[in-house]
Design a protein around this ligand. Structure first.
Ligand code: SAM
Length: 206
């Protein structure tokens, strides 16, 4: 998946402006709402997996978080985010990697994923992702995973996705992750279309 996946995403980010991609949000509202609701301290370490060029990292920096990492398949997406942030992003770690193949070298307190996990449509891909999640998330840490909801779109960026509710996600993640909360949110794309998402939070218990 890596080469063709990276080519697909680099192509998208190279040919569309930040605000032209369907997943663009000027403010990563639902994610920030959950960070607030969980009362995550600014000392916590945070990784945005499949973060692309999302402005979530800008908002986390503005809130005072300092240990921030963004991982994505697309070097083009990460370079755009890094350029946008300029000096403000000096402390951010940018990792170009496939979340299903990457070997994490440390752990984080919070793992965030909005609309990357749902592209994993094979059991092997999902299990590889969950193994990385298990290794990279500290015990007691939180995973915030947003996907298209069961009645959300069947494709994103021209690729098929798997849709979830909290129970479906919980089944894939397994016993080491306890569901903390789940919320449904509608994302309005720049073209004006509504997309139904679910955002679920899990705590790593073992
Ligand atoms: C729909 S975009 C969402 C981007 C960002 N999370 C946001 O909310 O704006 C999906 C992102 O996931 C990345 N991605 C897809 N599959 C991936 C994988 N296996 N490993 C890492 N990143 C991946 C893509 O490059 C893209 O940036």
């Amino acid at each position: 998946m890596t080469i063709e996946g990276a080519n697909h995403w680099d192509g998208v980010y190279a040919t569309k402006s930040e605000t032209e991609v369907s997943w663009f949000q000027p403010i990563a509202g639902p994610s920030l709402e959950l960070v607030d609701r969980l009362a995550i301290p600014t000392s916590a370490s945070f990784i945005d997996v499949g973060g692309g060029s999302s402005r979530l990292v800008d908002a986390m920096l503005a809130r005072g978080f300092r240990d921030l990492t963004v991982l994505d398949l697309s070097a083009v997406a990460l370079a755009a985010a890094e350029k946008r942030l300029g000096r403000a992003g000096d402390g951010v770690e940018w990792i170009v990697a496939d979340a299903t193949e990457w070997e994490p070298k440390r752990t984080w307190d919070v793992w965030h994923d909005r609309a990357a996990f749902h592209f994993l449509v094979t059991d092997d891909g999902r299990q590889a992702y969950v193994r990385r999640l298990h290794r990279a998330l500290a015990v007691g840490g939180h995973a915030i995973i947003a996907t298209f909801a069961l009645d959300g779109p069947e494709k994103c960026s021209g690729l098929p996705v798997r849709r979830y509710d909290a129970l479906g996600l919980s089944t894939v993640l397994g016993d080491a992750f306890a569901l903390v909360t789940t919320v449904d949110r509608i994302h309005v794309t720049p073209a004006g279309n509504n997309q139904k998402f679910q955002f679920s939070v899990f705590r790593r218990t073992a």
